[in-house]
Design a protein around this ligand. Structure first.
Ligand code: OAD
Length: 228
């Protein structure tokens, strides 16, 4: 069976009560990206950035996976071929539904030492100057990939993109690279491509197939079709 690669974004967690980034009521409506999601912002105002991610962590901790997360976990378990799920989301809802995922933008429940690179489970309330359990330095930060930083697992992800037979993007606006460029890679490698989204993304014209609607409806339907 052909390999399936699935990219998810904030839209898949929207119906679990977690805010998306763009659009009306989105996280970036209340916060300028440059104030909270860049290494420069953390250097300038670590308290603001730490508080922003403490709030996100608290919200994610009480959220529950929805029918779309559950359907992808079922697909990964029951499909005869490989199913690779890559998420831009920093919540743990795919795992909570029982799926294995590659977190390309980091994880809210992890801390990262800016000095030695050690990663460890983040406390619910991170402090400015959080002490690294490995090197003892006070340079702990949220393990989130900020703008201007290199996303995680990129070599592995590109290997999967050029060897998959089907690529799906779910609930992502297509505004942030490199993730927005995955469809082009998969398409060039000969994969069928499909976008499942509430609204068309910025790269919608690059997909061979599109399905629009809330993820809790479109994703279970799509998975049902794949599992036959
Ligand atoms: P965005 O907030 O940019 O886009 C959310 C997408 O989800 C939009 O295309 C919506 O139409 C769609 N959507 C909303 N509700 C939905 C629902 N119920 N069902 C299906 N789709 C729905 O979020 P991302 O594309 O994930 O990066 O954003 C990409 C990156 O930008 C994030 O990972 C984050 C952000 O800055 C970092 O913080 C590093």
């Amino acid at each position: 069976m052909e390999k399936i690669v699935i990219l998810t974004g904030a839209g898949i967690s929207a119906e679990s009560g977690l805010g998306t980034f763009r659009g009306a009521g989105g996280l970036w409506e209340n916060h300028r990206v440059e104030d909270v999601a860049t290494p420069e912002a953390f250097a300038r105002d670590p308290k603001l950035v730490t508080t922003f991610y403490n709030q996100r962590r608290a919200g994610a901790a009480t959220a529950r996976p929805n029918a779309a997360h559950a359907a992808l976990a079922t697909l990964q378990r029951d499909y005869d071929g490989e199913v690779i799920i890559v998420t831009q989301n920093v919540d743990g809802l795919h795992e909570a539904a029982g799926a294995e995922v590659l977190h390309m933008h980091g994880q809210l429940d992890q801390a990262l030492c800016a000095a030695c690179g050690h990663q460890w489970p983040a406390p619910m309330e991170m402090q400015v100057g959080e002490v690294c359990p490995s090197c003892g330095g006070g340079f702990g930060r949220p393990d989130i990939v900020w703008f201007g930083e290199m996303p995680y697992h990129m070599d592995e992800i590109f290997e999967h993109l050029v060897t998959c037979g089907l690529f799906a993007a779910i609930g992502t606006s297509g505004q942030v690279y490199p993730a927005a460029g995955f469809v082009r890679e998969a398409d060039a490698a000969g994969a069928h491509t499909i976008e499942l989204n509430l609204d068309p993304s910025s790269v919608v014209s690059q997909f061979a197939e599109t399905r629009f609607g809330p993820a809790t409806q479109t994703v279970p339907d799509w998975v049902k079709g794949l599992l036959g």
